[in-house]
Design a protein around this ligand. Structure first.
Ligand SMILES: [Zn+2]
Length: 157
């Protein structure tokens, strides 16, 4: 089951009490699909799908990369999606990346320590306060204007 707020301790406790089960945080975007999930070891964060995404953290609304472990705006590049790729996509969410720390579950890839939280409200976005525009980092969606589909059967057969 999915519910918003799984990373908020109060919501997590309430969900666990209501459903009598263990709560695991997960993170995803409509634009990107599932991005990261918490394992059973509860490492204090969520594991990025390193085989599907390259993650960066930059100054919120800016362009300077943040050192590993610093919080900033999460920027994602999808590595496998071809029909709707994202390239250096600004998520509008805050994260802190930790790499190379081995988790009790065995993973040692990128951990989004502390989970992910919303960086900008819808209202601040309407006011244009959410993100600066600069070359190289932004949303990018590729849409093909036509598709060359193979014919069902080769001609002459
Ligand atoms: Zn783990």
């Amino acid at each position: 089951m999915g519910a918003a707020g799984g990373s908020v301790p109060e919501v997590r406790s309430e969900l666990a009490a209501l459903w009598g089960g263990e709560v695991h945080d997960r993170y995803g975007l409509t634009e990107a699909g599932p991005v990261a999930a918490e394992c059973r070891a509860h490492p204090g964060g969520i594991h990025l799908q390193d085989d599907a995404f390259l993650a960066e953290v930059v100054d919120p609304g800016g362009e300077e990369p943040r050192p590993e472990g610093d919080e900033g705006e999460l920027v994602l590049t999808g590595l496998g999606r071809t029909s709707s790729p994202i390239i250096r996509y600004r998520t509008g969410d805050a994260a802190r990346l930790i790499r190379g720390r081995r988790c009790a579950c065995g993973r040692s890839g990128t951990l989004l320590e502390g989970g992910v939280r919303r960086l900008f409200s819808a209202r601040s976005r309407e006011r244009g306060e959410d993100r600066g525009r600069f070359p190289g980092v932004g949303g990018f969606f590729a849409l093909r204007s036509s598709v060359d589909l193979p014919s069902a059967a080769p001609e002459g057969r």
